[in-house]
Design a protein around this ligand. Sequence first.
Ligand SMILES: [Fe+2]
Length: 163
Amino acid sequence: MTIKTLEDLFHETVKDIYYAEKKLVKTLPKMAKQAKSPQLKKAIQSHLTETGHQVERLEKVFASIDKKPVAKKCEAIEGLLKEADEVMAEIEDARTIDAAIISSAQTVEHYEIARYTTLICWAQELGLDDAAQLLQATLDEEIAADQSLGHLAEDYVNQKAAA
Ligand SMILES: [Fe+2]
């Protein structure tokens, strides 16, 4: 048992989300390539840029607790992305592909939002103010990204209704 305290659990969870963010830096370009609508491509690309900053912020979080940045395999993100791939492989219609990408991307955002919300709570409890601030900056970006995806999902449904 390596997790004995809330500090340990905080550290382990930072490693987990660090893995997830780094994985997304590799995966988002593929998603952007698969997306058909220019707006969706743009939304994914701009979130890719943000995700790069989120990785750097997590490196600062590690530094703030005197730890080296180490990633620990996050089975949750692996599972979400695997499922996204499986769904994509079954779709031919371009507009349905976009709906599936939006759905997968929102699922990933919600996972990240859950992680960051918890980490901020623990950082505050542990008196890690610098870490809490860094994590909050990222949480704000994740929430904004989720909202933009939500608008794209609504546009998709409205266009479909109008067609
Ligand atoms: Fe992220």
